[in-house]
Every structure is written in C-alpha cells, then in structure tokens.
Design a protein around this ligand. Sequence first.
Ligand code: XMP
Length: 520
Amino acid sequence: MILNIGLKKILIIDFGSQFTQLIARRIRELGVFSEIVSHKKVKSKDITPLTAGIILSGGPLNVYESKKYSFDKKIIEKDVPVLGICFGHQILSKINGGKVKQSKHREFGLAKIYKKKESLLIRNFFKTKKMTKVWMSHADQVSKLPKNFNVIASSSNSKFAIVENKIKGFYGVQFHPEVTHTENGKKLISNFIFLICKVKKNWSSKDQKMKLIKDIRKKVGTKKVICALSGGVDSSVVAQLLNKAIGKKLYCIFVNTGLLRKNEEKEVVKTFKKKLKINLIYVNAEKEFIKKLTNVSDPEKKRKIIGNLFIKIFERYAKKIKDVKFLAQGTLYPDLIESKSVTGSQTSKIKSHHNVGGLPKKMKLTLVEPLKYLFKDEVRKLGLELNLSKEIISRHPFPGPGLAIRIPGIITKEKIGILKEADHYFINSLKEQKLYSKIWQAYAALLPVKTVGVMGDNRTYEYLCLLRAITSEDGMTADFYDFKKTFIQMISNKIVNSIRGINRVVYDVTSKPPSTIELE
Ligand code: XMP
C-alpha cells in the first residue's frame, strides 16, 4: 500500500530483507519521509513527482531465479536516482545488462572495503583515507558490471562493492549501510538522499504533529470519536493527539480490568482526566473480570475471556455516547507493511494477542489511525512533542490481558494483590537504580507453587515470585538482563521481607526463543 501523504519521499522497494524497516528508519532519522512498498505491488505509475529517490532493498532471492520475483523494470526509467543494496545492487546491475552469479567466497559479517574512485555517495564515508569496514551478508555477487558503471570501492571478495552510473543516477552497494555494524553507514544513506536525490528535510516530530492534527480535523469534522485508552504508549499518544485536534469531541474509554499494575488506574485518571482534561470515561469492571476468570487456568481461555469481555464492556459504554462516527486506534506503520519480515507477528500464532486495537468491526465506525505512518520510536518522540511526560512515553510494554498472564494457573483476588505489590517493588527498584531505561521490559510474576521457607523461627509455606527483565529490539527476540548479584539479592530480600505470601524469588534467565517474554 502506498501512503498518499503529500510529502516528498524516498521509496524503498522491499525484496524481503530483514533490514528493510531499518532502511526506512535511518532515512526518517535523517529527517526525510520514507515509505516501504513490496516489489510485487509497486508499478512505474507509483513513481510520482513526490518520489525523490528509490532504494532497492536486499532480500533472500537470487537474481537469476527471475521466476521467483516480479519487478516492473520501468520503475528505474523514471529519471529518479536509485540506490540498490545487496540484492537490490545485483538486480539493478542485471537490469542494466550486467551479470550476477554465486560468489566463490560468501561474505557474512564484517569486511574491509577499499576506495577506488571518488563519488558523491561516499563523501566522508570512509573511516580512513582509503579503507572502511562494512557489514556484508551475501552469497551471490555482481560478476560483470553493466556499461557506463564505475567501480567506487572493492573488498577482497567483492570487486563491485560500491558502483555508480553517475549519468543515470544509479548506485549499488553490496553491503548493508543501514545496519550499525557498517561504520558510517548512515553517512552513505545521507549522501544518497541529500546530495544525490537533493531532497529537503520534511520529517520531524513537530512536522508530524502539525500535519496529523490538520489531517484529523479534516477527516473528523464536527463528528465524535471514541478511543480505547489503555495507558500504554500508543493509545496515550493517539488520545493526546486527538485531544489537541478535536478536544471535547473525543471520548476516551478506560476499562479497569482489575488486572493492571499497582495504582495504574489512578495514574491514568490523574494524567488524562485531571491534567490533560481529556473526556475520559472510567469503567471499573474489576468484579466482572474476576468473576469470568474464576477457576480458569488455561492460558488461551484466559486470553479469550479477557479479550471478549473487554470488547463487550467497551461496546456497552460506547453506545451511551450519541452520534459517534469514528473509532481511533493506535495502529503503527510496521502493522501495515506487507512483508512483515522484521516485526511479522510470529508471536500472534503462538498466543492470541489482545490489545485495544482490533475493536469490533460490527460497530460500523470509521477508523482513525493517526499513527499508521510511524515507527514506535517516532511515536515516542511525537508523544514528547505533544507534552506527554517522559514517564508515560518510556514505559515498558504491558500486555492487554495484564496480570492474568503473569499468574499461571487459577487467578484469585489474593494472588493479584500479592503480585501487584511484588511488581511494584521490582519496577520501583529498577527506577531507583537507574536500570529501568536499560531494560526493554521487566515484570514480576506469581507462580502457582508454594514452597517451604523459614522466617524468624517459623516455617513458612508461600508462593514463588518470578522476576523477568529482558533486553530486546522489538519484542520478537529477547535476552535476559544481566543484573549484578547485589541488585538481585536486594530485590529478593525486599520482596520476601515486605510481602506476605511470597517466601522465595527466582530470576528467569531464558531468552526468546525458546521462551516467550510473557509466561502465558
Ligand atoms: P511474548 O510473550 O509473545 O510477548 O513473547 C511479546 C510482547 O508482546 C506483549 N504481549 C501483548 N501485548 N496484547 C498486547 O498488547 C497481548 O495480548 C500481548 N501478549 C503479549 C508482551 O508483553 C511482550 O512485550
């Protein structure tokens, strides 16, 4: 899908590389709008005067197995500069009459490339006068350059590591400038967009804010919008954006499931209703959730019960607001990209995710999805631009089903109470020790096992608390955070000494895969 947002852009044609989204993010970090489109969908008619440059991504395909991919070659005849990366470099060479074949020596990882000729593309890119280190990942390579192409740099295994056809504005690199392992990779991308495509900066949080507010006003007019607010980053940013755009025509519904973190419902009311003056409908549905979850221990059943009940309650309250025409949701750009190589929802097949998106289709409301152009890091910056506090913007992710999936087995009110306390101690200690922002997500869970302990001279028989803290890029893969022994010791003591019901603490040291981040 091509987004038509009226800005000059760099169009990234995706051939399935795991790094395609990184290319888009790098360009946006440089202040220019970029968009990803699948090679199967894009046609030459999509290259409009708004397309300032084209990047052909890498991918797992082989250029010589042309039946496996389709590409409208007329795209590169549009007089728009083209940069081919890895596979993109190979296909660009092939279309122009060059040859590609399997490399004798595959190159994976760091490689040194040596400068052969000056080019705008490599201005200030080389770390030393003649050499720089780049990150390669390829089994094929260009074996014969097309006519009118020059070699700009070579590695010992890739003679054509950087090439150009200056007249046509075609550039090819065999390595990946978008990954951080390539020294100065961002400089090369910057040279392409600013020196070669000559595009001007048009993408900052401030630009986005103004544009999104204008677009929302235009779309919504005088009608009403409802929004499910969870207090998480995405729904908070959506709510505040709509608040700025349409004020009291926005109605946010916040459902307290009773499965939230300690004091979360109070914080949400304080921030959104009192401070930001948003129309907030607070629904206390604690009892309903607990009742429905009585004696349920199967993880998928819990998830379904919570998801369905949430929707039912949301609908019940939404109906009370007259003349609503729109439903606002926090859909992000990675959800829309057709080839979901990086954030493809691997986990959704393993667990049925519940979130405030995906609300009832039968409500027949038109969707407003103002964040659909943005990556998560851009949403955070936009949130700050909208005066949301750092505290809200940098919060760890929290799953829709809440604490229910952090209490394996049967859920009781007593267990929820114990867990809220333990989690609170853990997260507060992380903040006090300045560890919170180094960790992607952390939480406490209450395991359905009791073990024996001794406190004073007395025997205890209480629950086991599991702590999880992980580092991750996007939640798809994760590693456990390597705490110092003193921290683990301190938090274990604090939890066991302060919370009746827990007499033992364990730390989860599994990565994802093979585990998942949440327990259920
Ligand atoms: P897993 O456990 O699948 O979690 O490794 C990956 C990330 O997704 C979050 N998560 C959810 N988020 N609704 C959500 O909005 C859900 O149902 C849900 N389940 C898991 C989890 O906290 C982690 O950040």
